[in-house]
Design a binder for this molecule. Structure first.
Ligand SMILES: *Cc1c(COP(=O)(O)O)cnc(C)c1O
Length: 360
């Protein structure tokens, strides 16, 4: 039986990927030179489609890495000389903070209670922190920040760099990226692509910061440092031989999403989110992990289970529906369900019906 994946990444592939993959192989995309005009056209198309889909402001550069995890390290090398500040809402935001510590820099943090986000209005951030890190959607807990949180931080900290993790949220929720200096995502979450490609977007302020570190004689890394990435990106190339197949597929999927209309995707996200909320309310096995409704993730529903989560997961698995377990320590006591653009209303309705009819 073909399974349907509602896991929060990797997840079900976007429904057009199979066809694009066939075309890519027919066109020889994995075999062309990454220095060819054909590849430059692919890079350019992907960047243009992303600019349109995400409404990326003028003056921001789009470059490719191997993953979001790589971007954490590159931000640490290029944008932080001594100190950063991290809003920690769960495992992913904490991993970023650890990366900065491992690079020998000071990574301050404000940690939220489990299943919530840090209240941005009460947090004190020292002026000495050069970069402030926020994870919009904490995939490990389903706790999500809001656009208002981003705007408040920007208003209070005009000079600092703000870095935003949008790995498991964009393009499903509208975000005004003009209030942050850099943001990034991997493609195996909301874009429904095979893993192994990260997208990193940053503005001129980031380029200046990297150059100022370089001028001070500080190492900012080698082939994937900002100056090298920018030098190549302006000619639609990459310093290394990149994941050309995935860059191609990302362009095609972003194009499909643009044709469908991002507003439509966001409306459907809201509808499916409401349905999943209802399912958690009604199921005798489930309750909400994130108490505050405004902070409940639109793309990653997380529920506490009254029985071992494995029993629920296995029961759904038998019906061909794959959902995620809790993250880390919550493995046995929670489930996580992805609500990504590839998941249709009908599929979420079916999942909801199956959850509500479970008898274990
Ligand atoms: C999955 C995830 C990451 C890491 O992505 P990789 O592709 O594994 O590097 C980072 N942040 C968040 C919020 C995630 O969900």
């Amino acid at each position: 039986m073909k399974k349907l994946y509602f896991t929060p990444g990797p997840s079900q592939l976007y429904f057009t990927v199979e066809e694009h993959l066939k075309n890519a192989l027919k066109e020889g995309v994995p075999s062309i030179s990454h220095r060819s005009k054909d590849f430059q056209a692919i890079y350019s198309n992907t960047a243009e489609q992303l600019k349109e889909l995400l409404n990326i402001p003028e003056g921001y550069h789009i470059v490719f890495t191997s993953s979001a995890t790589e971007v954490w390290e590159r931000i640490g090398q290029n944008l932080i000389e001594r100190e950063s500040f991290h809003f920690v809402n769960g495992a992913f935001s904490e991993k970023f903070q650890n990366v900065i510590e491992n690079l020998g820099k000071s990574a301050l943090k404000k940690q939220a209670d489990e299943g919530s986000v840090v209240d941005v209005e009460t947090v004190l951030i020292p002026e000495s922190s050069e970069l402030i890190s926020i994870t919009y959607n904490e995939t490990s807990t389903g706790a999500s920040h809001t656009q208002n949180d981003l705007s408040l931080i920007r208003e209070s900290f005009e000079d600092q760099l703000i870095a935003l993790d949008v790995v498991s949220i964009t393009p499903s929720v509208e975000i005004d990226f003009s209030v942050v200096d850099t943001f990034y995502f991997s493609v195996q979450k909301c874009f429904g692509l095979p893993a192994g490609l990260g997208v990193w977007v940053f503005n001129e302020k980031c380029i200046q910061k990297a150059e100022s570190l370089l001028n001070k004689g500080i190492s900012i890394g080698s082939y994937h440092c900002i100056p090298e990435l920018v030098k190549k990106s302006v000619v639609n190339q990459t310093p290394d031989t990149p994941n050309m197949l995935n860059i191609y597929l990302l362009g095609k999927v972003a194009e499909d999403m643009n044709k469908k209309g991002v507003q439509q995707i966001r409306q459907e996200t809201n509808y499916k989110h409401a349905l999943l909320q209802h399912t958690i309310n009604e199921s005798k096995y489930l309750s909400h992990f994130v108490e505050k409704e405004i902070n409940r993730s639109k793309t990653t529903a997380v529920a506490i289970t009254t029985i071992d989560s494995k029993l629920l997961i296995d029961a759904l698995n038998k019906k061909g529906l794959v959902i995620g377990s809790g993250y880390g320590n919550f493995k046995a006591s929670q489930i996580r369900i992805a609500n990504f653009p590839t998941h249709s209303k009908e599929q979420i309705e079916m999942l909801s019906d199956q959850i509500l009819s479970l008898n274990i």
